[in-house]
Design a protein around this ligand. Structure first.
Ligand code: GLU
Length: 524
């Protein structure tokens, strides 16, 4: 082979865009994996192409039960649609690698028959011995002729070993002295010398399965993938993948590559890990995950009260921007704007505070009825009889306080007094506002409330305020005591809006109860 430094030319311009998200079911999908899936999806939709979900489960040792379901559920929750996959079906299946053994076997055979790969019998002990005797040992052109493989053993010996059931692997025969260029749409062409690569194992007879590299390339080709969009950690494998495409004679359909930058710790120092999330209090998984081996539970964005739209918006901007400073973008807007021109090569700091900010924004933009239905499970957790109050009531209450919260579960602290009368009174407020003469003032207030022609906020307010002024009472003291009696503390939305929602009866009942139960001495 002659030295060549041509970039991996592709003809993707003419082909229908097809991308794949190819997770290995080795645990819960990490938030970085979600971003990879999202960028694949945005790119596919932007170009009217197809989004494939391929399950790469050839490493049986690392298989984790439940991980595949988790991946499906997470993508569905986030609205990352899949066109072809295990569940969706499609013309290029099966979409799970463990069901494609025959396909890989045929392709391994093809490489062996064309001399692009060879069979190696070296045992782990023999390899270890070599590593000890040769400094920086690498199984490649410089060493392969000293090893026990089909290049050094006579053909009949090779056959005999196979017949006897000796364990072997198939290795890719990498030619030295070639410049290999990976055409990365974000990084530009990345060129390396083939000499630095080792003769990678493509197949293991022990489990009759290919390794990641072979399965990945064969599937990308057969599934007619045009763009490989994946995490930066796969960049070192890309030259090998380019060489495999060539070895099969598939140069014409070589995909373009995009290696997405790492997600970094919030301070930018190193790769984001689960421990950072635990330490700083944010999830690194889309959904809660129950580890089937350790029994540990890891927090998820969904269970922490994030809205999928907010998570999507937040993730989209970790490594990409729309070319201006627009921040709030729904999925369709992201699709319309997405391009690799504005993807960055540098790692993206995982600014989780910004994630909270996005959630706040999306919560505010949501209509009250929708928000109320998300709040229902939280109410139930607090034993609120949702049917008795009814959705109109819950919707109204949610609308009054939503500007104060960033997460659905936080609505409870802000609204609980709409569902249950206070049983405790903020001691600081009691000390400050519940003076000796306050019970008497509150008794008089009850009389005023009883005679109000309407309990509507706008009608009630001027009359009560006028009464306070006319009687020479202190506005702040009376109104705060009123609030303390009804709410249990001195915070919340406009007081007469609260009493309008609660209604006359409940409001008066609560004041009576406060008169009876608040003991200013308790606060001292
Ligand atoms: N199975 C690999 C993973 O788990 C896929 C890498 C790729 O997209 O090529 O990330």
């Amino acid at each position: 082979m002659t030295a060549s430094n041509e970039t991996c030319q592709n003809t993707t311009n003419q082909r229908r865009v097809r991308v794949r998200f190819a997770p290995s079911p080795t645990g819960p999908l990490h938030i970085g994996g979600v971003r990879t899936a999202l960028y694949n999806y945005l790119f596919a939709r932007r170009h009217g192409g197809d989004m494939i979900l391929r399950i790469e489960d050839t490493d049986s040792q690392r298989f984790v039960p439940g991980a595949e379901d988790y991946i499906n559920e997470a993508l569905a929750w986030l609205g990352i649609g899949i066109d072809e996959g295990v569940r969706e079906g499609g013309a290029y299946g099966p979409y799970k690698q463990s069901e494609r053994r025959d396909i890989y076997r045929t392709h391994v055979r093809q490489l062996l028959d064309t001399g692009k790969a060879y069979i190696a019998f070296d045992t782990p002990e023999e390899l270890e011995a070599k590593r000890e005797s040769i400094k920086n040992f690498q199984y490649d052109a410089s060493t392969r002729m000293q090893m026990r493989n089909s290049l050094t053993l006579p053909a009949d010996e090779v056959q005999r070993l196979i017949n006897e059931g000796a364990r072997y692997v198939v290795r890719f025969k990498i030619e030295p002295g070639i410049d290999v260029t990976v055409n990365d749409l974000v990084r530009g062409p990345v060129t390396i010398k083939s000499d630095i690569l080792d003769d990678k194992v493509l197949y293991k007879s022990a489990d009759d399965l290919p390794t990641y590299h072979l399965a990945n390339i064969v599937d990308d080709h057969l599934m007619e993938v045009t763009h490989v969009i994946r995490g930066e950690e796969w960049l070192p494998s890309a030259p090998l993948h380019v060489l495999l495409y060539r070895a099969f004679g598939w140069e014409d359909t070589m995909p373009s590559f995009v290696h997405l930058p790492l997600l970094l710790k919030p301070d930018g120092k190193g790769k984001l890990s689960k421990r950072d999330g635990d330490r700083l209090g944010f999830p690194v998984f889309p959904l809660e995950w129950h580890d089937p081996f350790s029994g540990d539970t890891s927090a998820g964005y969904r269970e922490s009260g994030y809205l999928p739209e907010a998570v999507i918006n937040f993730l989209a901007l970790l490594g990409w921007n729309p070319g201006d400073d627009t921040e709030i973008m729904d999925m369709q807007t992201l699709i319309d704007k997405f391009s690799f021109d504005h993807c960055s090569r540098a790692g993206a700091k995982f600014a989780f505070e910004k994630g909270k900010w996005f959630n706040h924004q999306y919560l505010q933009a949501m209509n009250d009825a929708e928000l109320a239905s998300l709040f229902v499970p939280v109410l139930k957790e607090h034993n609120v009889d949702v049917d008795t109050f009814g959705m109109d009531y819950i919707t109204r209450v949610v609308g009054m306080v939503k500007s104060r919260v960033s997460f659905v579960p936080e609505l409870w602290e802000q609204t609980k007094y709409f569902f249950q009368a206070p049983t405790e009174y903020d001691p600081k407020a009691v000390k400050k506002r519940w003076s000796e003469d306050m019970p008497a003032t509150m008794t008089r207030l009850i009389e005023v409330l009883k005679t109000l022609p309407s309990f509507k906020s706008g009608d009630a307010e001027p009359i009560v305020l006028q009464w306070i002024t006319d009687n020479g009472l202190h506005m702040g003291n009376v109104m705060n005591a009123f609030r303390l009696a009804v709410v249990g503390q001195c915070t919340g939305p406009h007081m007469f809006d609260i009493t309008e929602v609660l209604g006359r009866e409940k409001t008066i009942e609560r004041i009576e109860r406060a008169i009876e139960n608040i003991n200013p001495d308790d606060a001292k």
